[in-house]
Ligand binder design. Structure first.
Ligand code: GUN
Ligand code: ZN
Length: 442
């Protein structure tokens, strides 16, 4: 057995399955004076402080009390090359793409720029408590190279891929069916399964790919069945109309992707807001995963995701920031907007379900819940430490909280990166904010 490297002490919270409601205490473990033993970048024990300490009496201890320790957050849909154009004004999806997004992505043909932005991107994720993300890179293979190199340097479990797009985009931002295939394949061979990195086959969306390119993406998907596929689906009415016009033979938008073998259990379909009954049935049958992007859907005025409706059909949705249409890197801020959207749908998102969603739930969507997303022994030691009293407003609210759920809801509605006291990646502290709290090395 690998000897214990360190013990992390604090209030431990980890989910086993999605809580059915406030009373479903069997869905999670909560330990008021809990601890994790870490060994070789993994969690080797999770229990009460007394139990874990007894198992490793000499190991150094970092004491995060009174903070909460959870699995690191998982963001299932984000755009790496959009970090410089987040918060761009006044447009809906298609003109927003043309006016702001494509010009920003053009800059990623410069590898030095891509490398500098990859550093900034990973810093931003970690400072917001996110330890795993699935990102779209730009069309340039160098952008994916920079993204993966930075993830590997930090030993982070990150997924992503270069977007494939061969029409309806400016010159300089398109590949061809063959080049998209060749470049993606080379990146898969170089990066998929290297360290903790995984490759996601990434046809951007139906509007920016010719049938020939979707066919090439489908060929890649067939060759690499364990590579996730990520794309966009039914985000905006104009987008849906344009897709129907470009693919008149398809039964609907999802049917375009189905035709090319792109809809399967490890397919992530960003947005999936305006769906036909046939599409919902096909998504359920193929066990594909829609991804709810609340801050983005409000920012672009796209629409209101139907979480309960999809779950009622046996579908398991992810939740994500979708930066740069998304307006925050924080999965806590994302949950706040999710709560408000679902309120408009008459679907109140309970804080226990919410925190399960951004940890274990999203890990399950990625097929990774045996590695990340929980604090179960054997999992990789990606952790976030949350201070629910990080701001004066939070401290006041939490001073009146009588239950864990009330405290979590304050974090969900008022929290952001200020609530992130520390982050661990494979057992290594990243922010060094713990230094300010005093480490007990005895
Ligand atoms: N659909 C195709 N590309 C994009 C993108 O970059 N952002 C969003 N929100 N939707 C898209
Ligand atoms: Zn997106």
């Amino acid at each position: 057995m690998t000897p214990t490297d360190q013990i992390i002490r604090g209030r431990i919270l980890s989910f086993r399955h999605r809580p059915e409601g406030p009373e479903d205490t069997g869905a999670y473990t909560y330990l008021e004076d809990g601890a994790l033993a870490l060994a070789g970048g993994h969690i080797s024990a999770c229990g009460t402080w007394d139990e874990v300490r007894a198992g490793a009496p000499a190991a150094p201890v970092t004491d995060h009390r009174p903070h909460l320790i959870l699995p690191g957050f998982v963001d299932t849909h984000i755009h790496f090359p959009q970090i410089e154009m987040i918060a761009s004004w006044g447009a809906q999806l298609l003109d927003w793409l043309n006016s702001y997004t494509f010009p920003a992505e053009l800059r990623y043909d410069d590898s030095e720029h891509a490398a500098a932005m990859a550093r900034a991107f990973h810093d931003l994720l970690l400072s917001h408590g996110t330890t795993t993300a699935v990102a779209f890179c730009s069309v340039h293979p160098g952008s994916a190279e920079a993204y993966f190199a930075e993830a590997a340097r930090r030993n982070m479990r990150m997924l992503g891929g270069k977007v494939m797009m061969d029409r309806n985009a400016p010159e300089g931002l398109t590949d061809t069916a063959q080049r998209g295939y060749d470049e993606s394949r080379a990146l898969i061979e170089r990066w998929h399964g290297t360290g903790r990195v995984g490759y996601a086959i990434s046809p951007r969306f139906a509007l920016t790919s010719t049938p020939a390119q979707l066919e090439a993406a489908g060929a890649l998907a067939a060759e690499f069945p364990d590579c996730p596929i990520q794309t966009h689906l039914s985000e905006n009415h104009g987008e849906i109309e344009a897709t129907r016009a470009l693919f008149p033979e398809a039964p609907d938008y999802l049917g375009v992707y189905e035709r090319y073998g792109l809809v399967r259990e490890n397919t992530l379909l960003g947005h999936a807001i305006h769906l036909e009954p046939r599409e919902i049935g096909a998504m359920a049958e193929r066990r594909a995963k829609p991804v709810f992007c609340p801050t983005s859907n409000l920012f672009l005025g796209s629409g209101l995701f139907d979480d309960a409706g999809l779950r009622g059909c046996g579908i398991v949705p992810g939740i994500a920031t979708d930066v740069g249409a998304g307006t925050s890197y924080s999965m806590l801020a994302t949950l706040a907007e999710a709560y408000k959207i679902l309120q408009l749908r008459g679907q109140a998102l309970h804080p226990l379900a919410a925190f399960d969603w951004i940890t274990r739930g999203n890990a399950e969507v990625l097929g990774l819940s045996d590695r990340i997303g929980t604090l179960a022994p054997g999992s990789e030691a990606d952790l976030v430490v949350l201070d629910s009293t990080a701001t004066p407003a939070m401290a006041l609210r939490v001073s009146r909280a009588e239950t864990l759920a009330e405290e979590l809801f304050a974090l969900q509605i008022l929290g952001d990166d200020r609530a992130v006291a520390e982050v661990y990646v494979a057992g290594a502290a990243q922010l060094d904010r713990a230094a300010a709290q005093g480490r007990d090395e005895t």
